[in-house]
Design a protein around this ligand. Structure first.
Ligand code: ATP
Ligand code: MG
Length: 658
């Protein structure tokens, strides 16, 4: 708790987030985009008037084998959507486009990391490949309701495997290919999977990176695994076990037709474990009809997807929910042409992303703030070398986007034409929940703006009362939504405790947010990261954004460290931009800059210039470890870090800041 300091605020103020940032820039939608937009402002009014009718209309964008009887059955906090309806997701994502005469349309332009290694799959190709994989899985004894663990690089066989599972009603559990054998075996055991689909390896930073040995290790701990299906990707040496089956041995000889049987709207589609930055991983369960309805609708609305002319690229890994919903299910349900890239953005050079945009004339790009800040750090001259005039919409997801990163993205990638859509959602929500609509919304840098039509989000104080405009607090969802998680796999109680117990009758997302004077929403990061300085709750995001708005700073992470005077004091870790020199007075310069942007209350006690920041494997800053450094403790568990040596680099910088 904060000590009593003169002028300290009332209890009420302490329990909501201070609202410090004042951002006045606005970007209206381009007129041509607005004139032809898939979704207009009317959608808000329509959904407002009859939310369930609105979602029924979106469900009608799909092809159902049997129409549902009841749109929503809500026994809080357990929801069933489109009850009694039947559909097959693989049919919706693939076959129906072929049947509609669009079989020659490209579904995926796949770009391997080694240059020149690429593959094109049309919807007809995808139909054949998915049929063969579905037949092979059935030959291996996989049936409806069985769990299939998937541990693969970003190769076409990954979405093919997911669609094959969906086709036969098996439940996939994709585990990000960077996770350890312990993480993999824990997830296999929790889901009780009977087969693992993997590859010998994938390409990462210019070299083959093995996956199979990790699977071998993991499977030793998983007696329930009957087969390991292995794609040959890199050709590297792999040890063989009696459970192994090569993909080319079994899949290639299958018939390339497969009858898709309808599944129930509430049949499970997949389990996806949240990354575990906050404790034991949770197996988030998504089902069929509502999930596909929302991911297809949001992909159509937020990215204004025009299937005949757009080339869409989401740079996430399919191992994260963003890849599930916006590389696989949403885009395919909409008949989109997408790019999939296997590797890292700096291989073999730092212009690789922009080279890919230029090569495929990408029109819609969806990436993460961590990537954008990295590109800022590398310098403006790199994207400037490529022709990116095809880009018309830019998306962001994963963390709050700092206003400066948003403006940089717009300017240097979008050439000041393409609007930025900052999309807030989670593994648990399955699909985008809060986002601008590119043809409707005048964007504010750093704001996710409004809940999408049909979604009801709010910001509440500690007591669960809605905050007024200008207030801050906890982000909640007030009504069930079609792609919501149905439970935590095997643990209904944990589902209730984690998401539905903090506030009566509301889903608590774990994030802080504020409403500005217009009622638009600004996401402020996880509530666990909020700092309490002299009686003010201050979000790390706002201080980080103020730091990033200084021309010398590319990236910043801020934590609250125990302080005898102020309760907590702000300690900032910053990475400088490529062209910025580390001068002796940089800390003072940045401290003053923050005080000027946000007010003296937010002035960091300490600023450390560091070469890297600790990030999770999905690229999010891990503030917990930085708090350990700031409070002079030994650094906690680093196993979920993408690169565990980063903490040594940071600790080395420490004495100079004292
Ligand atoms: P874990 O739950 O295992 O700790 P995680 O929360 O990082 O991991 P995800 O479900 O991938 O896993 O991420 C969702 C979270 O990411 C959100 O709760 C929010 O904190 C953050 N986030 C995602 N998109 C945005 C956005 N546009 N603006 C602000 N924060 C975002
Ligand atoms: Mg989370």
């Amino acid at each position: 708790m904060a000590p009593e300091t003169p002028g300290s605020e009332s209890r009420e103020t302490q329990e909501t987030l201070s609202n410090l940032l004042h951002e006045t820039r606005r970007f209206a939608p381009p007129a041509d985009l607005a004139a032809a937009a898939n979704v207009t402002a009317e959608a808000y009014a329509e959904a407002e008037q009859d939310r369930l009718a609105f979602w029924e209309k979106q469900a009608d964008r799909l092809s159902w084998s049997k129409r549902w009887d009841t749109t929503l059955e809500w026994n809080p906090p357990f929801a069933k959507w489109f009850v009694g309806g039947e559909l097959n997701i693989a049919y919706n994502c693939v076959d129906r486009h072929v049947e509609a005469g669009r079989g020659d349309k490209v579904a995926y332009h796949w770009e391997g990391e080694p240059e020149g290694d690429s593959r094109t799959l049309t919807y007809s190709d995808l139909q054949r490949e998915v049929a063969k994989a579905a037949n092979a899985l059935q030959e291996l004894g996989v049936g409806k309701g069985d769990r299939v663990a998937v541990y693969m690089p970003m190769i076409p066989e990954l979405p093919i495997t997911m669609l094959a599972c969906a086709r036969i009603g098996a439940i996939h559990s994709v585990v990000f290919g960077g996770f350890s054998s312990a993480a993999l075996s824990g997830r296999i055991q929790d889901a009780d999977a009977k087969i693992v689909v993997t590859a010998d390896g994938g390409y990462r930073r210019g070299a083959p990176s093995a996956l199979k040995p990790t699977v071998d290790e993991a499977v030793k701990e998983c007696p329930g695994i009957e087969h390991v299906l292995v794609v040959r990707r890199t050709g590297q040496e792999v040890s063989q076990t009696e459970k192994d089956v090569w993909w080319h041995d079994i899949v290639d000889r299958q018939a390339d037709v497969h009858e898709a049987r309808p599944n129930d709207a509430e049949d499970p589609l997949y389990i996806l474990y949240t990354s575990g930055t906050t404790g034991r991983p949770k197996g988030i369960l998504h089902t069929t009809g509502g999930y596909l309805t929302q991911v297809a609708y949001t992909h159509h609305a937020v990215f204004d997807l025009k299937p005949d002319t757009d080339v869409y690229w989401c740079t996430a890994d399919i191992g994260w929910v963003t890849g599930h919903s916006y590389i696989v299910y949403g885009p395919l349900a909409n008949g989109a042409t997408s790019v999939i890239y296997e590797g890292t953005p700096d291989t073999p050079h730092r212009g690789r992303f922009w080279e890919i945009v230029q090569k495929y004339k990408v029109t819609i790009l969806y990436t993460a703030p961590t990537a954008i800040r990295t590109f800022m750090k590398w310098g403006d001259d790199i994207p400037a070398k490529y022709d990116m005039s095809s880009l018309r919409i830019l998306g962001s997801v994963g963390e709050p986007i700092n206003p400066e990163a948003y403006v940089w993205y717009r300017e240097h990638i979008g050439k000041d034409r393409a609007p930025v859509v900052d999309t807030w959602w989670q593994t648990e929500t399955g699909g985008i929940m809060i986002s601008p609509l590119p043809g409707v919304t005048s964007g504010k840098p750093g704001a996710a703006m409004r809940p999408l039509p049909g979604i009801s989000a709010d910001v509440v104080d500690d007591q669960g009362n809605t905050v007024g405009n200008g207030g801050g607090g906890f982000l909640v969802l007030r009504e069930p939504w079609p792609s919501m998680l149905r439970t935590i796999w095997g643990d209904d109680q944990r589902y209730i405790d984690t998401y539905w117990s903090r506030f009566e009758g509301m889903y608590f997302a774990g994030d802080g947010a504020k409403k500005d004077e217009d009622g638009d929403l600004w996401l402020l990061g996880r509530v666990d990261d909020v700092m309490l300085v002299s009686g003010h709750n201050i979000s790390t995001t706002e201080v980080e954004s103020a730091l990033v708005s200084h021309p010398k700073v590319a990236e910043a992470a801020v934590v609250g460290a125990t302080d005898p005077v102020t309760g907590q004091a702000i300690v900032a870790f910053v990475i400088l931009r490529g062209n910025a020199e580390e001068s002796a007075d940089i800390a003072a310069e940045l401290r003053n800059h923050v005080a000027k942007s946000l007010g003296p209350i937010a002035k960091p006690r300490q600023i450390l210039v560091v070469p890297e920041l600790p990030k999770t494997r999905s690229g999010k800053i891990m503030r917990r470890l930085l708090r350990d450094v700031a409070e002079n403790r030994s650094v906690g568990d680093v196993t979920t870090l993408a690169d565990s040596t980063v903490m040594n680099l940071i600790s080395e910088k420490l004495p100079s800041a004292k």
